[in-house]
Ligand binder design. Structure first.
Ligand SMILES: *Cc1c(COP(=O)(O)O)cnc(C)c1O
Length: 400
C-alpha cells in the first residue's frame, strides 16, 4: 500500500495512473496531458529525452553506483569540474547528496561548523524568510516557515535556532543589527519562494543581504533547489548576487533521478581545511555522487548550455506575459510572472477546488496548492502547448 505525500489518505482522490511519458506529456490509459508542474519543477527537458536516457543507459552498462567514501569515479569528477566551471564566482566545492532537503541540511551544518571550527560556539541561529520552504526533514522544517506543511513542529514549542523575517529591507537591517552575533547564516530561496506560495521579491533585498552578511561576517546561503537552472529567468540568482553556499537539486538531473549538491565557496571550504580531523565535515549520504545521477546531471547541464535554454525561458516568459495580459477576476488577488513561473493567487483557496480534474479534462496536469494556481512548465514546451496551459487556467475563471 502506498502512503502518498501531503495527503489525508482517508479523503484523498484517486491519483492519475501514468503509463508513459514523453516530451511535455504524461499519458494515462485514457488521455495525454501536458505536465504544467514538470514533476515538481524538475523535468526541465521533458520526459524521455533521448540524450538523457542514453547517458543513464551508458553509465548503467559500466556501473550504477559505488560509494564515495574512499572511492572516486569519472562521472562524479566530471560533474564536480563542470559545476566549478558553470557556477559563478568561487563556488567551487561540491558536496553531493540524494535530495534537496538533505543538501540544505548539509549547508546548515557547514554554516554552523564554519564558526564552531573558529571557536565561535554561540553562532547557532539561522535567519530565514517568512513563508520559507527548504524541505521536509527536521532541521529544514525548523528553518522553514509554513504552518501548512510543518505545523507538526509546534509540538516542540518555539523554534530556538531559527528567526524569520519578511523579504523587506528594513526588517533585514533590524534583524542583523539585533542578532548578528548569534547568526551563522542567512538562508533564502532567492527571488522566488516556491512551496511557501510562489512569492516573488526584489533583487535589491538580496543585494542588501549580501552587504549585511559581509559587514557582520554572516554566511549567505541560497537555496536554489527550485530557482536554479533558469526558473527565474536567470541561470542562477547566484549570477546576480553571489552567496557563500549554493544549494541545487530538483532540475540538477533534468528530473531523471534524485540528486542534489551543496556548493561552497573558497572561504567556507578553508574553514574546514586543517590538520585537525575534528574540523572535517562529518557527513556522507550513502548514495552521494551516484554514478547514474552524475552522468545524467552532466548531460542535462550540457543540453542547457548547448541548446540555449536561457533563450527558451525568455520566450516562455514573453508568451506568458502576452497571454496573461489584462487577465483578471474578482476572485483573483494577483497574477505573478517571473521567468518560467506563473502564479495566479486567489483570495480564497476554495476557488481552486475541482481545478485539477477540470485541467485533466482539458489535457493539462496541474496541482494547485494553498491559494496558488501556477505553472512551471518544461522548458522544451512549444508555444501552442504553453498557450493551452495558460488558456486552461483562464478558462477556469471564465466558465464559472
Ligand atoms: C523542493 C525543495 C526542497 C527540498 O528538496 P527535496 O528534493 O524534495 O528534498 C528544498 N528547497 C526548496 C526551495 C525546494 O523547492
Amino acid at each position: 500500500m502506498i502512503w502518498y505525500p501531503y495527503e489525508q489518505m482517508k479523503t484523498m482522490k484517486e491519483p492519475y495512473k501514468i503509463i508513459d511519458a514523453e516530451g511535455v506529456f504524461l499519458k494515462t490509459p485514457e488521455r495525454e496531458m501536458i505536465d504544467s508542474v514538470s514533476s515538481w519543477w524538475s523535468v526541465i527537458h521533458g520526459y524521455k529525452h533521448p540524450a538523457l536516457t542514453a547517458a543513464i543507459k551508458e553509465q548503467a552498462d559500466q556501473f550504477s553506483h559505488v560509494m564515495l567514501g574512499g572511492l572516486v569515479h569519472e562521472p562524479v569528477q566530471r560533474l564536480a569540474d563542470k559545476l566549478q566551471q558553470f557556477l559563478p564566482g568561487d563556488l567551487n566545492y561540491s558536496f553531493f547528496s540524494d535530495s534537496g532537503s538533505v543538501a540544505v541540511e548539509v549547508a546548515l551544518k557547514m554554516a554552523l561548523q564554519y564558526y564552531v571550527n573558529q571557536g565561535k560556539q554561540k553562532r547557532t541561529k539561522v535567519l530565514a524568510l517568512t513563508h520559507a520552504y527548504h524541505g521536509d526533514t527536521f532541521k529544514t522544517m525548523e528553518v522553514g516557515d509554513d504552518e501548512d506543511y510543518h505545523f507538526i513542529l509546534e509540538a516542540y514549542g518555539e523554534k530556538k535556532n531559527a528567526l524569520h523575517i519578511p523579504s523587506k529591507i528594513p526588517a533585514l537591517e533590524e534583524a542583523f543589527e539585533k542578532y548578528h552575533q548569534e547568526l551563522n547564516c542567512f538562508l533564502v530561496e532567492p527571488l522566488l519562494q516556491g512551496a511557501g506560495g510562489m512569492r516573488m521579491y526584489d533583487l535589491s533585498f538580496l543585494v542588501r543581504a549580501r552587504q549585511l552578511c559581509d559587514q557582520y561576517g554572516v554566511l549567505l546561503i541560497f537555496d536554489e533547489v527550485a530557482t536554479g537552472f533558469g526558473r527565474t529567468g536567470n541561470r542562477f540568482v547566484a549570477d546576480l548576487v553571489l552567496p557563500d553556499i549554493l544549494v541545487l537539486g530538483k532540475a540538477l538531473t533534468g528530473g531523471y533521478i534524485g540528486h542534489a549538491v551543496t556548493v561552497a565557496n573558497q572561504k567556507v571550504y578553508e574553514g574546514f581545511y586543517s590538520d585537525d580531523t575534528k574540523k572535517a565535515l562529518m557527513h556522507g549520504p550513502t548514495f552521494m555522487g551516484n554514478a547514474l545521477a552524475c552522468s545524467v546531471a552532466l548531460k542535462s547541464i550540457e543540453l542547457f548550455e548547448q541548446e540555449n535554454y536561457m533563450a527558451k525561458i525568455r520566450r516562455i516568459e514573453e508568451i506568458t506575459r502576452r497571454e496573461m495580459d489584462g487577465f483578471m477576476d474578482p476572485r483573483i488577488a494577483e497574477v505573478r510572472i517571473l521567468g518560467g513561473c506563473v502564479c495566479v493567487e486567489v483570495k480564497d483557496p476554495g476557488v481552486l477546488k475541482g481545478y485539477q480534474q477540470f485541467a485533466y479534462e482539458h489535457g493539462v496536469f496541474s496541482r494547485p496548492f494553498l491559494n496558488c494556481l501556477y505553472a512551471m512548465v518544461p522548458y522544451i514546451i512549444t508555444e501552442e502547448e504553453l498557450v493551452k496551459v495558460l488558456a486552461t487556467m483562464k478558462a477556469w475563471f471564465g466558465e464559472r
